[in-house]
Design a protein around this ligand. Structure first.
Ligand code: HEM
Length: 504
C-alpha cells in the first residue's frame, strides 16, 4: 500500500487553512461540515504538496492524515520494510500525524554523523518524538548539561560505580523484591510470608516487566542520586512513572556526601545558569526516565529470549562461573570482570537486534538546507531518520537475519582484530540502536554494565520458566516503538544454594 511512484514538492507540516465564518453561520451542522471540509481539503492539498520522495503507508493521495497515521501506528514495521526494500539506496517518506518523516538509506550515515548539531539537531528531534512539552523533555533544549555529565563523568567513572550498583541490586533482590507487594502477586507474597523470610524454593508467578523495572530503578537511583536518597520510595515512583512532578523532584537536589553520582557531577560541571535547582531536578527526572525504561526493556527482552532459546543459558552461566573462579566473589568484581562476559554481551546485542526499542534512530531536525556528500539537498525543517531495524535485518548486514543466534557477536569477536568490536555498546555504521557518532547515546556503557549486573544475579540465583507451555510473550507495538508485554507472567524460583552466585 504505497504511493511510491508519486513524487511531489517537499514540505513537512500539515497545515489547516484559516477559516472565516460569517456571523449567520451558526448551525453546528453547517459549522461542522465547513470545518470538516476545510480540514480534508487542506490536509489533502498539503499532502499533495508534501511528497518529494516515494511515500509508503498511504493508500491514496486523498487519504486523510489520521488514516495514514493509524496505519503507521498499527503496521510501522511492514511499512518501513516495504520502503527499505523498494528504495534501498534512496530516501523515502512516511506520514505520522505530527510530521512527514524522511527515512534515509544507510549510505548517508557518515553524512549525518558529521553534521553539527547547529545544522541537524538530534535534541529537537527527540523532544518532538517524545512529545517534549507533555513529557517535560523540552528541558534538554536549554543546554546539554545532561549529555556532558554522562560523557565526561559517568562513563569514565564506571569502574568505581560498579560496586555501588551491585550493592543496590543486591539490596533490591534480597530485601525489597521478596516482601514488596505490587512486585510479587498475592500468591507469591503469601508463599514468602508463610515460609522463612527468604523462601522462593517454590515456583512463584512474577511479571518480569515490573520486577526488572524495580531492579533497574534502584540500581540507577544509586548512581543518579547516591545514598540514602536512592532508597526513597517517592523518588523511585517519580523516576519510573511518566507523570513527572518537578516540584517533588526538587526536594532531592541535595548533594550526597561521597559526591560520586550524576547529581553531584551535574552540580560540579554546570555553569552558573545551568545549575539552578529546579533545572537540575528536571534533568534528573528526564534522564532517569530515559535511562530506566530503555535498560529495563532490554533486560526483560533478554529474559524472554532466554526462555525462548534456553540452549544459550547454560553456556552463559558457565562463563559467569569461570569469572568467579578467576576473580573471586561477585562483589569483588570490577567493570573489567563484567566485560569478560562476552557470551552474555553477545546475547544482549542479539536480543536487541530482534527487539529494538524503536524501528528508527538517528533522528534529526534540519535547521537549515543541507547538502549531502552526493549533492542531495535536504530542506530546512525536514525530520530525518534511519530505518535501524530494516538495516540490521538486511542479509547483507546480518547473515540469516531471521535466525536468533545468541552467540552471533561472540563468534564474530573471535576473529583477528575483532575482539573489541561487536559489543553491546559498540555502535557501527549499520548497527544503529544507540545511534552512531558524536551524538550516539551517552548512557550506553552504563546501560550495558547495569543490565549485566542485573542479569548475572537473576540468572545465577533463580530459574525461570514460561507458564503452561506458553511461548515467548509477544511484544507490543505502537508506531515505531516496541515494548515487552508489561502484563506477561512467568514462573520463577530460587536455585539451590550450591548453584547460586558466590557473593562475598
Ligand atoms: C538499552 C538502553 C538504551 C538505548 C537503546 C538507548 C538509545 C538511545 C538512542 C537511540 C539515542 C539517540 C542517539 C542519536 O540521536 O543518534 C539516545 C540518546 C540519549 N541517551 Fe540513550 N539509550 C539507552 C540507555 C540510556 C541510559 C542508561 C542513559 C543515561 C544514563 C541514556 C541517556 C541518553 C541521553 C542523555 C541521550 C541524548 C538525548 C539528547 O539528545 O538530548 N540512555 N539513547
Amino acid at each position: 500500500m504505497n504511493m511510491a511512484n508519486m513524487t511531489f514538492p517537499f514540505g513537512t507540516t500539515n497545515g489547516v487553512f484559516p477559516l472565516f465564518f460569517s456571523e449567520e453561520v451558526t448551525s453546528p451542522w453547517v459549522l461542522a461540515t465547513l470545518v470538516g471540509g476545510a480540514y480534508l481539503l487542506s490536509s489533502t492539498l498539503s499532502q499533495m504538496l508534501s511528497y518529494k520522495y516515494p511515500v509508503f503507508g498511504v493508500s491514496s493521495q486523498l487519504e486523510p492524515i489520521v488514516v495514514s497515521n493509524f496505519r503507521f501506528f498499527r503496521r510501522a514495521e511492514d511499512i518501513l520494510n516495504e520502503g527499505y526494500q523498494a528504495c534501498k539506496d534512496k530516501i523515502f517518506q512516511f506520514r505520522r500525524v505530527d510530521t512527514d518523516m524522511l527515512v534515509l538509506p544507510y549510505k548517508y550515515v557518515e553524512d549525518i554523523r558529521r553534521l553539527p548539531n547547529s545544522v541537524a539537531s538530534p535534541t529537537i528531534a527527540h523532544v518532538h518524538n517524545l512529545m517534549g512539552s507533555s513529557t517535560n523533555m523540552h528541558i534538554t533544549l536549554r543546554n546539554n548539561l545532561h549529555f556532558r555529565t554522562l560523557q565526561l563523568k559517568l562513563t569514565p567513572n564506571l569502574n568505581s560505580l560498579t560496586r555501588p550498583m551491585q550493592e543496590e541490586v543486591t539490596f533490591a533482590v534480597e530485601k525489597e523484591l521478596v516482601v514488596s507487594e505490587g512486585i510479587w502477586n498475592q500468591d507469591a507474597l503469601l508463599t514468602v510470608l508463610k515460609s522463612d523470610a527468604y523462601a522462593l524454593d517454590e515456583w512463584v508467578t512474577i511479571k518480569p516487566y515490573h520486577t526488572i523495572l524495580d531492579l533497574v530503578a534502584r540500581g540507577s537511583a544509586r548512581i543518579f542520586l547516591g545514598k540514602p536518597l536512592c532508597r526513597d520510595l517517592e523518588w523511585l515512583e517519580v523516576s519510573t512513572q511518566f507523570t513527572e512532578n518537578v516540584a517533588e523532584a526538587q526536594g532531592y537536589i541535595v548533594p550526597d556526601e561521597d559526591k560520586h553520582n550524576i547529581l553531584s557531577w551535574m552540580m560540579e560541571i554546570a555553569t552558573h545558569k545551568e545549575g539552578e535547582a529546579s533545572a537540575l531536578a528536571h534533568l534528573e527526572v528526564v534522564m532517569s526516565l530515559a535511562s530506566i525504561h530503555t535498560s529495563q526493556m532490554n533486560a526483560v527482552h533478554c529474559l524472554y529470549d532466554l526462555l525462548a532459546y534456553p540452549e544459550f543459558l547454560e553456556p552463559i552461566r558457565e562463563e559467569i562461573r569461570a569469572v568467579v573462579a578467576e576473580a573471586g566473589p561477585w562483589m569483588n568484581w570490577t567493570k573489567s570482570q563484567f566485560s569478560k562476559l562476552r557470551r552474555l554481551d553477545s546475547f544482549m546485542r542479539e536480543s536487541q537486534r530482534f527487539n529494538p526499542p524503536t524501528l528508527l534512530s538517528m533522528h534529526r531536525v534540519l535547521l537549515q538546507d543541507t547538502t549531502l556528500s552526493d549533492g542531495t539537498v535536504l530542506r530546512k525543517g525536514a525530520h530525518i531518520s534511519m530505518p535501524v531495524n530494516s538495516i540490521q535485518n538486511d542479509p547483507e548486514v546480518t547473515p540469516e537475519p531471521e535466525k536468533f543466534d545468541g552467540f552471533r557477536y561472540y563468534n564474530l569477536r573471535q576473529g583477528d582484530g575483532q575482539g573489541h568490536l561487536h559489543q553491546f555498546s559498540t555502535t557501527q555504521d549499520r548497527i544503529l540502536n544507540f545511534g552512531h557518532g558524536p551524538n550516539a547515546c551517552p548512557g550506553r556503557f552504563f546501560a550495558s554494565l547495569e543490565i549485566k549486573i542485573i542479569l548475572v544475579r537473576l540468572l545465577m540465583d533463580f530459574e525461570f520458566k514460561l507458564k503452561h507451555g506458553n511461548g515467548r510473550p509477544a511484544n507490543l507495538r505502537a508506531h515505531e516503538f516496541i515494548f515487552p508485554n508489561p502484563d506477561a507472567e512467568i514462573l520463577m524460583r530460587r536455585r539451590p544454594s550450591s548453584e547460586r552466585l558466590l557473593l562475598y
